[in-house]
Design a protein around this ligand. Structure first.
Ligand SMILES: C[S@@+](CC[C@H](N)C(=O)[O-])C[C@H]1O[C@@H](n2cnc3c(N)ncnc32)[C@H](O)[C@@H]1O
Length: 272
């Protein structure tokens, strides 16, 4: 029995409730700067021709779309355990004519892909929600090829004073009220502020990544430290891209495990 099953169900349910407002509030509450953060994340992914990229906690697919724009040859597996968030992202892709993003409904702590099957992993504003983080790190290292990179975008710790405390006041007082007003969900944006405050500072998070087994770790603070972009790699020689060899096997396994994973893209389209 998973000790965090209650937490996971509550998180998935909460994102299900706010999914309709999620994109609007993201852009509104960040004054549109969130687009720059996701672009920085996509740029931090090591360029590979025809790479297979895994976007964890993919939500409404903004990161997956940024990855496809920055890495036009790539195929992106977009994993999230909240189907309605992914459904909104899929609609966005259809409207914008964006292809080669494969949604997978699954838990980031139990990724339905084989070992060493992806070239790079991203996760934006997701790791904060996952308990325990060590299980997500374990899965990232398992499915990543040797030499592959994980890029993690997350809010900096709300415990740090930013912009003379103005940001902290915004985070703890104004943001939950605006979030409540638009989404009618009182708890969701209070949860956002609480998890940001509880999240470790950048040095401590980097130490966690190293303890989990990542090498060549580093981070860059964005927008004065409101957000932090962490990177780390899986030890091993930089091997050839997985894309030509293992991704089709990954998708086959993903299809077999239909109870936990839903792959909705035609395989033939993916070979294009
Ligand atoms: C704040 S949203 C971020 C979405 C997207 N990455 C973005 O940049 O907008 C967090 C997402 O993480 C997902 N999530 C949280 N815990 C997860 C887990 N254990 N496995 C899969 N998805 C998870 C939620 O369903 C939600 O869609």
């Amino acid at each position: 029995m998973d000790n965090n099953a209650g937490h996971d169900a509550a998180v998935a349910g909460m994102f299900g409730t706010i999914s309709r407002f999620y994109d609007f509030l993201n852009h509104f509450l960040s004054l549109g700067i969130d687009r720059t953060w996701r672009r920085a994340l996509a740029l931090s992914v090591k360029q590979e021709n025809g790479a297979l990229l895994l976007d964890l906690a993919a939500g409404t697919l903004d990161v997956s779309i940024a990855l496809r724009k920055q890495h036009p040859d790539s195929l992106v597996l977009a994993l999230d355990f909240c189907p309605s968030m992914l459904a909104i992202g899929q609609k966005k892709c259809r409207n914008k004519g964006i292809t080669r993003i494969v949604p997978i409904v699954a838990d980031a702590k139990r990724v339905p892909l084989p070992d060493e099957s992806v070239d790079a992993i991203t996760i934006a504003f997701g790791i904060r929600n996952i308990l325990p983080r060590s299980e997500a790190f374990y899965e990232m290292l398992r499915v990543l090829r040797p030499g592959g990179r994980v890029s993690i975008l997350e809010f900096g710790s709300g415990k740090e004073r930013i912009a003379y405390g103005l940001y902290n006041w915004y985070l703890n007082t104004l943001l939950p009220r605006i979030g409540h007003f638009f989404s009618r969900d009182k708890q969701a944006y209070r949860y956002l502020a609480e998890t940001i405050t509880a999240f470790p500072a950048a040095d401590a998070f980097e130490a966690e990544m190293r303890a989990a087994g990542f090498v060549n770790t580093g981070y860059r603070k964005l927008t004065g430290g409101i957000v932090c972009l962490h990177t780390g790699e899986k030890i091993g020689p930089t091997t050839e891209s997985c894309a030509q060899t293992k991704w089709s096997e990954g998708l086959r396994q993903c299809r077999k495990a239909r109870t936990s994973a839903v792959c909705q893209a035609p395989l033939s389209g993916l070979h294009a």
